[in-house]
Design a protein around this ligand. Sequence first.
Ligand SMILES: CSC[C@H]1O[C@H](OP(=O)(O)O)[C@H](O)[C@@H]1O
Ligand SMILES: Nc1ncnc2[nH]cnc12
Length: 290
Amino acid sequence: MSTKPVIGLIGGSGLYDIEGLENKVWRKVSTPWGEPSDEVLLGTLKGVDCVFLPRHGRGHYVSPSGLNYRANIHALKSLGVTDILSLSAVGSLKEELAPGHFVIVDQFIDRSVARQSSFFDTGCVAHISMADPVCQRMGDKVAEAAQDVAIPFTRGGTYLMMEGPQFSTKAESHLYRSWGCSVIGMTNLPEAKLAREAEMCYATIAMVTDYDCWHPEHEHVTVDAVIKTLHANIANARKLIEAVIPRLGQPRSVCQLGCEHALDHALMTAPSKRDPALLEKLQTIAGRVL
Ligand SMILES: CSC[C@H]1O[C@H](OP(=O)(O)O)[C@H](O)[C@@H]1O
Ligand SMILES: Nc1ncnc2[nH]cnc12
């Protein structure tokens, strides 16, 4: 059976609107997990239904640790989103990933300490696989599109997920380099986990803005430095979005990588031990298997 995908776009630092969307309308969405970062922007791009959410809200007022990741992902799921594309500013942990370079991330390491990154809890316990945390099918489409619009990119790389909001110390930055990480940011892993629990495909486009603080020949990262590179990155992100949406929006069968069946063997709690109040909250996310 083939379905028509609905594309969710989560815009990070510097990306608060999608100008090219047609029939745009901002809509408030409520969720059982609280309020999302902002209203969502509904519209179509080249005939493909899209839902855009500015991760930090318009005006960038929600901090990485203060983000309600569950509400954000629930809001997209409740609007029928099947594929989420995240666009994020990141620091580079490798010489060859210079500011302006895009990385189609394929792994994460979690150094965050204070994120609510599961819909499940006592009363309905579930364990999903995060071995392959992003959707490679989406990654393929992003890579094709990036090639088409001539954006310098690398396929694959590990995103070090830090807590923040302060940037890293030099010792931390060198440690993450010694672990082989490619880029560093403060937001994407909770989204990848929650999207997987919600059985949605998810991919990250990490847009390098700086060399963090490890590089002897570059200034240590500051917001000022990030913003300087951000403008060029956002212009490229807009080109990439226009090129990738028609590819992602093609009718397709269920994702062969299993993203859309992640809950098939995940639930542990016996039906008689499940908490009715939690089950109610989980209907939109996990109703398929409850
Ligand atoms: C403005 S620099 C730090 C900030 O930028 C990144 O945000 P996002 O992932 O939403 O683009 C990073 O994760 C930090 O939140
Ligand atoms: N160096 C860095 N560390 C964490 N998040 C970032 N976002 C952009 N640059 C960053």
